[in-house]
Design a protein around this ligand. Structure first.
Ligand code: NAD
Length: 369
């Protein structure tokens, strides 16, 4: 029997993506359509015309299209739910799905939640109810990322000493992927501490959540590997100019760069390596770049495989929580003006709290910006 799949939060228009709506549900749905063991049978969206257009596109029967997700859960009893609503309600809806008693697996969009307490609670509840909870850090399934990891694991740059990233948009929205990839390269070893600073002077809201304008964060993992993360929402220099690379892996005997950038961007390969003693970088061929919706097909296929084999998926909540801890630790460090020891014990969202208290007063953006 195929897995019965439902989507919550269909979105409006996948052909017109922007910071307010990418209609990620359409990409999830395509992945389920491409999966022989999945049958997309239901959807819910609080905007009825969004749900109707989605149902039309994916041939979902009228009686399985809902405005309220709890009605969908009761009527359709899906085995798998893809959750593609804004981050502020990921935790509430995921926990309701978990507690419904009918859902076996939830694939939720990133970032996990808009508070660290919410992210922890989802993880705990999924584990307590034995529900597979995964997050869409699909970039792990890029061949360029896999090849970089294989080079690292084969000892091509010696022992890993440091990982760096430059993120557009902010460390919450885009940075959720960035930290997740750092942790992937360092085999999910937990971090010991983080020290970060941010600039937030112009409102930078994506999918309903605040993101800083610029950030710099240093952290150290329990195995001694260190991290340097940077973000710049304007994407025109700032802290990211210190890294100029999507991810850089620095080892005792060389360096690997994924998505290097700089003045001659167009000339640069997606992946390159410079071993100790090499005068030049060597380009490494990869099947694809760093961005493709196809990675979601691979991510969902892996989730389904793990559900069937009763294995912990790579995109599982524990790994996502490791990345989320570094996001909130960076903002917490800025709030405390000091180093933050991990595990992180806060429950809230320090950036949002600083905006609400007036410690940060980002200038609102106007409608037509
Ligand atoms: N993985 C990635 O690379 C990637 C890229 C873009 C966006 N995202 C993430 O995907 C998530 C969704 O973003 P999007 O761009 O698809 O948004 P979207 O606005 O296109 O779609 C969200 C939908 O959720 C619906 N919704 C809101 N509240 C609801 C509720 N209570 N019940 C049912 N439906 C509800 C909205 O009406 C809307 O149709 C966000 O967390 C975002 O950060 C991830």
């Amino acid at each position: 029997m195929p897995h019965r799949v439902a989507v919550i939060g269909t979105g409006a228009d996948p052909d017109n993506p922007d910071g307010d709506g990418y209609a990620m549900a359409y990409h999830h749905a395509t992945a389920y359509e491409n999966h022989p063991e999945c049958d997309l049978v239901g959807c819910a969206d609080i905007v009825p015309e969004n749900a109707a257009a989605f149902a039309d596109e994916f041939d979902i029967a009228d009686e399985n299209v809902f405005e309220e997700y709890d009605e969908l859960l009761e009527a359709v009893e899906p085995d798998i739910v893809s959750l593609c609503v804004p981050p502020a309600i990921h935790d509430t809806i995921a926990i309701d799905c978990i507690r419904s008693g009918v859902v076996e697996a939830i694939h939720c969009e990133k970032p996990m939640a808009d508070s660290y307490g919410g992210a922890r609670m989802m993880t705990q509840e999924a584990s307590r109810h034995d529900v597979q909870l995964t997050f869409n850090h699909q970039r792990r399934f890029s061949d360029a990322v896999r090849t970089a990891k294989a080079l690292l694991d084969d000892g091509e740059i010696g022992d890993l000493e440091r990982i760096e990233f430059a993120a557009p948009i902010g460390i919450f929205d885009y940075g959720s992927h960035s930290f997740d990839l750092c942790n992937y390269f360092n085999d999910e070893v937990p971090a010991d501490w983080a020290l970060g600073q941010i600039e937030y002077s112009e409102e930078n809201v994506h999918f309903g959540a605040h993101n800083e304008n610029q950030a710099v964060v240093l952290w150290e993992y329990e195995n001694g590997v260190s991290g340097l993360g940077t973000s710049d929402s304007a994407d025109d220099g700032g802290p990211t100019s210190a890294v100029e690379c999507h991810h850089r892996l620095i080892g005792t005997r060389g360096t690997i760069e994924l998505g290097p950038s700089g003045e001659d961007d167009e000339e640069l390969p997606t992946l390159r390596i410079r071993r100790a003693g090499d005068e030049e970088w060597a380009a490494v061929e990869t099947d694809d770049g760093l961005h493709s919706w196809e990675f979601i097909d691979r991510a969902i296929a892996d989730n389904v495989r793990c559900l069937e084999a009763d294995e912990e998926p790579e995109l599982g909540a524990a790994n996502a929580l490791n990345a989320t801890e570094l996001i909130f630790a960076t903002w917490e460090s800025a709030r405390r003006r000091g180093q933050v020891d991990l595990p992180l014990t806060i429950d809230d969202n320090p950036l949002e709290a600083m905006v609400e208290s007036g410690d940060l007063s980002p200038v609102p953006t106007t409608e037509d910006e």
